[in-house]
Design a binder for this molecule. Structure first.
Ligand code: A2P
Length: 348
């Protein structure tokens, strides 16, 4: 980035599945950081995490003084964010929070960098929320279609990888798979039932309306990001035995008719999207062949809905840890820098 200001950046949850990738993306993209500080719980204080070619020592969040920090990327769970994000913000840092703690707060913008970057400017609490991973990739894919034809209703079924649940879930899928292949028992610990060689129609907690919190995030966050409370969202969240990369089968109903040809053109011209849409075996994106470890949101299987005159089907795949979490958080930080965020004087 061509900017002479340098920022002191904290990554909270630096030892976690998302935190580690936040560190690598900050390095990869050459974020203008004078210093990057890795924070986690007392359990991992003193251990090391990678930042480019060197190791940085993890510090204990509970005893860390945030007064020098310009930008803090949080990904240590909702309760950690609730307790510490306001402290970092009060000390003058801009917090970009990957948890769900503040996403529904009217005074906290919910930002997808390609979709509503301007919303990051109004942050009365000094906190910007990073959307849920499944909403994130959905928004990137739907924004150009919404702008062109107004989306009225979204039907979505997700196929979410275990990395969205965190490090322990990655280990659980590996362990259960190895055990089952060796004719041993697969004990569920992180998920309520076996995840290896299975699919689980459950993400988050069950609510009184019969939906899960992961499903309702798709409803609430879509409306907030697209700034349209009239959009109807019908969601089913499913966890699948995939390590990295969420997939989504999406049907939209638009106010104006959108042909598959036009939708393909709009998607091909939109930022952050790669269209992979050939009607042949392998002519579509999958987590393993396309998304895992990559930045774009991949869209394929673009078809007009045979059962609805203004319906359109899409298959949307992205790396949930990168675009779905760490990458978007870093892209929000880049938006702040491009927007003239001042660095604190001592290291500016
Ligand atoms: P730690 O490794 O010290 O437990 P994941 O989502 O992959 O499970 O990662 C969660 C991240 O949040 C880890 O970096 C974890 O650090 C961090 N974390 C969890 N609880 C706390 C806490 N109370 N204070 C600071 N960091 C925490």
């Amino acid at each position: 980035m061509s900017n002479s200001r340098q920022f002191k950046v904290a990554v909270v949850g630096a030892t976690g599945a998302v935190g580690e990738v936040m560190l690598s993306i900050l390095h990869e993209r050459g974020f203008p950081a004078s210093e990057v500080i890795a924070l986690a719980s007392a359990r991992s204080a003193g251990s090391k995490v990678k930042f480019g070619n060197h190791d940085i020592v993890v510090r204990d969040l509970a005893t860390f003084d945030p007064s020098d920090i310009d930008i803090a990327l949080f990904s240590a769970g909702g309760s950690v964010s609730k307790e510490y994000a306001p402290k970092f913000a009060a000390a003058g840092a801009v917090v970009i929070d990957n948890s769900s703690a503040f996403r529904n707060d009217d005074h906290v913008p919910l930002v997808v960098s390609e979709v509503n970057p301007e919303a990051a400017r109004e942050r009365p609490h000094g906190i910007i929320a990073n959307p849920n991973c499944s909403t994130m990739q959905l928004m990137v894919a739907l924004k150009p279609l919404h702008d062109a034809a107004r989306i009225e209703r979204i039907n979505i079924a997700t196929y979410q990888s275990v990395s969205g649940t965190g490090q322990k879930a990655l280990e659980e899928l590996g362990r259960q798979t190895a055990n089952l292949l060796a004719f041993r028992e697969a004990e569920p610990e992180v998920y309520p039932v076996q995840i290896a060689f299975n699919v689980i129609p459950h993400g988050g907690d069950f609510m009184d309306n019969g939906y899960t919190t992961e499903e309702m995030k798709l409803v609430w966050e879509t409306r907030k990001i697209l700034a349209d409370d009239t959009i109807l969202v019908n969601a089913t969240v499913v966890r699948v035995p995939v390590f990295y990369g969420h997939s989504e089968a999406v049907t939209i109903e638009t106010r104006d008719k959108l042909t598959a040809v036009r939708a393909r053109e709009l998607l091909e011209a939109a930022p952050g999207i790669e269209v992979v849409d050939e009607a042949r075996g392998g002519g579509y994106p999958t987590p393993v062949t396309h998304a895992s470890g990559k930045d774009p949101v991949y869209v394929g299987r673009i078809r007009e809905d045979l059962s609805h005159p203004r319906g359109l089907n899409l298959w949307v795949v992205a790396d949930n840890i990168r675009k779905g979490a760490a990458l978007n958080a870093v892209q929000i930080a880049e938006v702040l820098v491009a927007d003239g965020l001042p660095a604190k004087a001592a290291h500016g």
